[in-house]
Structure formats: C-alpha cells, structure tokens
Design a protein around this ligand. Structure first.
Ligand code: GUN
Length: 292
C-alpha cells in the first residue's frame, strides 16, 4: 500500500482563502482584523515562523502590528508592551512567539495576554474552556490537525488515536480535541515515561507524532493502513542546501508512506495549517469584538 500524501500546503491555502473572504466582508463594515506578533530575540526558527505569519496576515488583508524586540528585553518591558496591546482597541489578536529568552518567564507572559486576544489559545482561560467544551480559541497546530482530518474526509469516530508527546502547545490540546464528541476518537497519550511505546503505536488507527525528535516513529511501529500526522519540524545539517540544513519530521516518512493510508509530509503538512488557523483565530477575535 502506498499512502495518500496529505497536502497541508493546499488545504492551508483553502482555509486562508475562506478567511480572506470574511476579512473583506468585515472590512466593508469598517473593521480591519489586526494581529500583533511579538518576537523577542533572533532564534532562527522563530524568525522564520514569524515571517510566515506576517506574510499570511498581509495576504489575508489583515492589519499587522507586529513588534520585534531585542534578545536582552526585560520581562517588565515585554509585559508593558502586552499591557499596551491589550488596551489598544484596534488590536484584535496578540501572539508572543515562543520560546522566549531564558530570563523571561513564559507562563507570566502568556497569563498577561487578555484571553479575548489570545489567538494562540495558550491562556489558562482558553485552555480551561477547551477542556470543559466551552467556546475558546483553539491552539493553532492542534486545530490545524483536526481540519486536515476533516478536509481529507478521514473517519475519526470510534478510531483509536495515539498521540506521541504531551506538550502544552500540541500533545495535550490535540489529545483533547481528538477525544471531543465531534471527533470521537479513543485517545492514548505516549510520552517519555511510556515503556512499551511501539506496542501502543501499533494499535493506532490515527497516529499523531509530536515528540520533537527525528526517527521517533519507524515503520515497525505502525499498523498497516494507519493515518500518520507528523508534527515534527527538525532541522538537520545538509551541505547540499544553501541554508546548510533541511527539515525532517518525527517520522521516517519514506518507509511509513509504504504502510500508511494517509501521511503528512514535512515540510508541507501540518506546518502551513498552523498559520492558516492563526489567521482563522484572528478573524474570530475581530468578529467577536464586532458582535460584542
Ligand atoms: N512556537 C512554536 N509553536 C508556536 C505557536 O503555535 N505559537 C507561539 N506563540 N509560539 C510557538
């Protein structure tokens, strides 16, 4: 069996086109959705993600109030910028790119963002509302994974989904979304404390790999016909590339594609969906404010 490759790039473009249409409608009423992406320092992966987010904002016709701060910015200065953005009625969404420099407490920063502007869905109010099934900003990568499954017409109800990773950004929230009534999966979470991981992943009808390490999932660890969603973005040295590196996921794609029914590539799978769902959340933040 050779897997169908899930074209996240195309699906993300479709989502973004839908968002752009609604942005145009909102602008006709005099409201321009606006996002502030805050980057502290020069982490190369973060710089690249932020560039992608800002490009998508422009393409969706949204306003961009992004700020780039130096690495030595103090926690106090960052909190003061967030306070200013919280109070600014023309700003609908605030995203602080993670990770932050070590001298800044990430939890404190996330908690400082007004929940109504927390388009990342990282604030405890949004996390709590997601857990209890109330309206919340859904975190972008997990939401993007659910949209990929939906748009590919992949049946999820009653399926055993195995998630590798328990991070606040991906593993935990995607597990909750998969277990919601709408998606209706039976969910197992594997993590660094899991002893018999291959035994568990071989039961997966849907396998979400978000360990953050290359070669986490090898061909012997998956069931024939499984759906593989690879969230990993790992930079590995490659002297044939101008940048000196290339991106690989957490899964051994070439072997897995011969066993899986569907698989996401890296790059071009989950990554573009993160940005698309960020545009979706920013539009939602502006719509919420317009309807308030
Ligand atoms: N760093 C890696 N992924 C994300 C994300 O989705 N949002 C933010 N703010 N930082 C990240």
């Amino acid at each position: 069996m050779s897997a169908q490759i899930i074209d996240g790039k195309q699906i993300a473009l479709d989502v973004r086109a839908g968002v752009a249409e609604k942005v145009a409608a909102l602008k006709a009423k005099g409201i321009t959705p606006c996002l502030a992406v805050v980057l502290v320092g020069e982490n190369p992966a973060s710089v690249s993600y932020v560039t992608g987010k800002r490009k998508a904002l422009a393409e969706a016709g949204m306003a961009d109030r992004s700020e780039v701060l130096p690495e030595n910015t103090s926690e106090e200065e960052l909190l003061s910028l967030i306070d200013k953005l919280n109070k600014d009625d023309s700003v609908h969404g605030i995203l602080v790119q993670l990770p932050l420099p070590k001298h800044i407490n990430e939890d404190k920063v996330i908690m400082a963002i007004s929940p109504e502007k927390d388009v990342d869905g990282f604030h405890p109010v949004n996390v709590g509302n997601l857990v209890i099934g109330k309206k919340a900003f859904l975190p972008c990568t997990p939401h993007g994974i659910i949209v990929l499954l939906e748009r590919m017409g992949i049946e999820t109800s009653g399926k055993h989904a195995v998630v590798i990773g328990r991070s606040n950004i991906v593993g935990k929230p995607v597990s909750l979304l998969l277990a919601r009534k709408e998606t209706n999966c039976t969910v197992t979470i594997c993590h660094t404390g899991t002893k018999n991981m291959a035994e568990i992943t071989r039961q997966a009808e849907i396998l979400i790999a978000a360990s953050g390490h290359p070669h986490t999932v090898t061909a012997d660890m998956v069931k024939d016909g499984a759906v593989i969603i690879d969230v990993g973005v790992n930079r590995i040295p490659d002297s044939t590339k101008k940048s000196g590196f290339r991106l690989i996921g957490d899964c051994d794609f070439d072997e897995l594609k011969e066993k899986a029914s569907y698989i996401t590539p890296v790059p071009g799978g989950v990554g573009p969906m993160t940005i698309a769902m960020l545009m979706y959340n920013t539009l939602e933040a502006a719509e919420n404010k317009a309807n308030a």
